[in-house]
Design a protein around this ligand. Sequence first.
Ligand code: UDX
Length: 453
Amino acid sequence: MKITIFGTGYVGLVQAAVFADAGYEVICVDIDEARVARLKAGEVPIFEPGLGTLLKDNAEAERLTFTTDAPAAIRAGEVIFIAVGTPSDEDGSADLQYVLAVAATIAEHMEEPRIVVTKSTVPVGTSAKVRAEIARVLKARGREDLDYDVASNPEFLKEGSAVADCTKPDRIIIGVDRADSGQRLRELYAPFNRNHDKIILMDVYSAEMTKYAANCILATKISFMNEMASLADILGADIEKVRLGIGSDPRIGYQFIYPGIGYGGSCFPKDVKAMIHTAESVGFDAEVLRSVEDRNAKQKRMLFDKITRYFDGELAGRTFGLWGLAFKPNTDDMRESPARVLMELLWEAGAKVRAHDPEAMEECRRIYGERDDLVLCEQRDDVLTGADALILATEWKNFRVPDFKHIKATLTHPVIFDGRNIYDPAVAARYGLNLFGVGRDSASRAVRESIGS
Ligand code: UDX
């Protein structure tokens, strides 16, 4: 079976590499000529563990090719995936112009039956729009005789473990309205459907909604915990203890209940907004999701507020060392990263930032360019030089074991603002460092008082 994938972004590229590695012949199409040229030359445009090797091996084996020639790719692939971007419009709705443009292109050039699969995260009802667009163009061509079907097959990839998530999915959602298409897609996914049946067949609308509901409930868990963390600070509780206490209940679980400085990335913020918008468009008020989003916006400035309080509102002229720029570890992605909100607030207040991130510094340079109030440091501990305080925004592995002694000796104020609760208040206190985290400041204070630090 030959597969064509439109869009060599994150989702398209990972899925293409994994399909090719399973033995399929995969053709990736993109309108961006420079990107296709780079991919052909063996460059990996995104940082994702394991992806480089997969792309290289399968390109060499000629199972994976890249092209801008959409008509040829449409003629080749029996199953065509749409994995192009769906950026947020100003109002939070997903912009479907790229998805629908691909649908039109497919209809313009198909000569044989095709199954078109929407893989991009698209609002409920998009597959129906794709179907309508294909029908419109086929009619204009006078080729209504051509058989096609549109299916929805949302992805559940996490940045940083996308290759593994794709190779060993915990579920494969296939939304189809025709049994024969369901059977074809089931065959396509057979190499990934081992051990037990992971395929969940459903109608197209439910498949589309599943993707959003999954991300929205995860975002809800995070915002809920962040709210509890703020309350814990006031009540004198330690949210980390609370987290362990509630996570032990299997109905709640330990995952996605880590308080922090807000969720970022390309999925949660966009998907929560899009779901709110979809609800609005049918006259429904998604109250819970609106709160989830509001809470997240507040959370992204929470650490800044703590910093401001610590320095009695006097931030102008100060320098802050910042560990972490990416929205989470193991990625260079800074989309909606809480570190950005933090840096921008510090700059607005007249402070300077010295930052280090293991992967995202180039991306940071691309976003912000050269500026006097930003120094990107090649070495982790260089951010400390001349800094008033240290802020941790992303929990990369190499920030987990810091040299507290050196930190204490270098900072002008002995204080760490830990946006991910990775440091132990007792250890920090032993080195004479003040530690402010998320939802356990009273606990940190108690430790400091008990050892007289
Ligand atoms: C997410 C979903 O996990 C994935 O299934 C979906 O396909 C795409 O969106 P991703 O955006 O790559 O994946 O990252 P994820 O690991 O889910 O983290 C998202 C954000 O939530 C990060 O900013 C992370 O720091 C934050 N987070 C996560 C928390 O603040 N607390 C947690 O307990 C978990």
